[in-house]
Design a protein around this ligand. Structure first.
Ligand SMILES: *[C@@H]1O[C@H](CO)[C@@H](O)[C@H](O)[C@H]1NC(C)=O
Ligand SMILES: *[C@@H]1O[C@H](CO)[C@@H](O)[C@H](O)[C@H]1NC(C)=O
Ligand SMILES: *[C@@H]1O[C@H](CO)[C@@H](O)[C@H](O)[C@H]1NC(C)=O
Ligand SMILES: *[C@@H]1O[C@H](CO)[C@@H](O)[C@H](O)[C@H]1NC(C)=O
Length: 277
């Protein structure tokens, strides 16, 4: 005889939790490599190559070093894929952890190591256009597509596939080569844009809100554009979208450095809130 419904439900529970574990976290944005690249762009290179600008100030770099867990071996990028928290409002989270980090050097009840790890992660997230995509399709998670021949979903294409294909096709299969190319571009093609990236009209504690609005623009005009269920996305999509992904990674890196500089750059920090003028 079949067990009564409530018992059946109980029997199903382990299976359901297993499925939840297997399914990709909904609020995730950028795969591991995207997060590492954002932080590699922001952090001061341990052995800086002449000609590459460094975006983290000395004071901010020292504070970051002091806060990093030992396991990071001095590399911010080692902790950036950390922290996939679901259901968090990414803009609120950025402002929240920024606020906490202002306690650096004072007595605080916050674990500032964790605040730094969360902040670095979420500044990356807010730049992934589909992180702020439509809720009804879970930021593209429910839109099934084929990336060339492989079946996946649109969110994953933006988290991982575009980056992977670019690394493979353009950067000799090396993420570090891609990071170097992006850094190089920051001193070249993008150097005129950086002032604008650092600027924000909003006078709020951080400009995270503006970064999210930019992401909405990119999600409408690039991520979702001409995409429908079961479509195959190949060269046409890749070649028109990867420049957006590269730009967003670079912007996230620059802005993370900017936020950290403002937090940790001494006296200016408290009377000068995070907005740039
Ligand atoms: C703010 O930080 C606290 C403590 O670190 C955390 O519990 C809370 O969920 C955060 N809030 C947001 C909106 O991220
Ligand atoms: C702060 O958080 C880090 C990372 O989770 C952890 O390794 C460390 O033990 C925490 N420190 C304290 C004082 O709880
Ligand atoms: C590509 O990477 C391989 C090692 O993985 C290296 O031997 C080769 O020189 C690299 N080619 C270029 C053009 O950088
Ligand atoms: C560098 O910047 C230029 C100008 O914005 C852009 O066209 C090009 O795609 C960028 N290159 C990389 C590697 O992102």
């Amino acid at each position: 005889m079949a067990p009564p419904p409530h018992q059946r439900a109980l029997l199903l529970l382990p299976l359901v939790s297993l499925l939840l574990l297997l399914s990709p976290p909904r609020a995730d944005a950028w795969g591991k490599e995207g997060h590492i690249m954002v932080c590699k762009i922001a952090e001061v290179a341990p052995d800086p190559t002449p000609g590459y600008s460094e975006y983290l100030s000395e004071k901010a770099a020292a504070a970051v070093q002091a806060l990093l867990p030992e396991s990071a071996s001095g590399e911010l990028s080692a902790v950036c894929p950390w922290a996939d928290q679901e259901g968090m409002c990414v803009v609120g989270a950025i402002n929240n952890y920024t606020d906490q980090l202002y306690d650096y050097g004072q007595k605080t009840s916050y674990n500032l190591t964790e605040s730094l790890m969360f902040l670095a992660h979420f500044v990356g997230d807010v730049h992934q256009p589909l992180h702020v995509g439509y809720e009804e399709d879970e930021g593209g998670n429910t839109i099934t597509v084929h990336w060339y021949r492989r079946k996946t979903n649109l969110h994953h294409v933006w988290d991982v596939s575009i980056i992977d294909t670019a690394i493979k096709d353009f950067y000799n299969k090396s993420m570090d080569t891609m990071v170097e190319a992006l850094k190089m571009n920051l001193t070249g093609g993008w150097s005129d844009d950086i002032t604008q990236w650092e600027n924000c009209e909003n006078k709020r504690a951080t400009c995270a809100n503006d970064y999210a609005i930019e992401s909405i623009h990119y999600s409408c005009n690039y991520a979702y554009k001409d995409v429908e269920q079961d479509i195959t996305l190949g060269d046409d999509y890749f070649f028109t979208r990867y420049p957006v992904v590269e730009k967003r990674l670079a912007q996230a890196g620059i802005r993370l450095a900017l936020i950290l500089n403002r937090i940790f750059d001494g006296d200016k920090a408290h009377d000068l809130p995070l907005q740039v003028q």
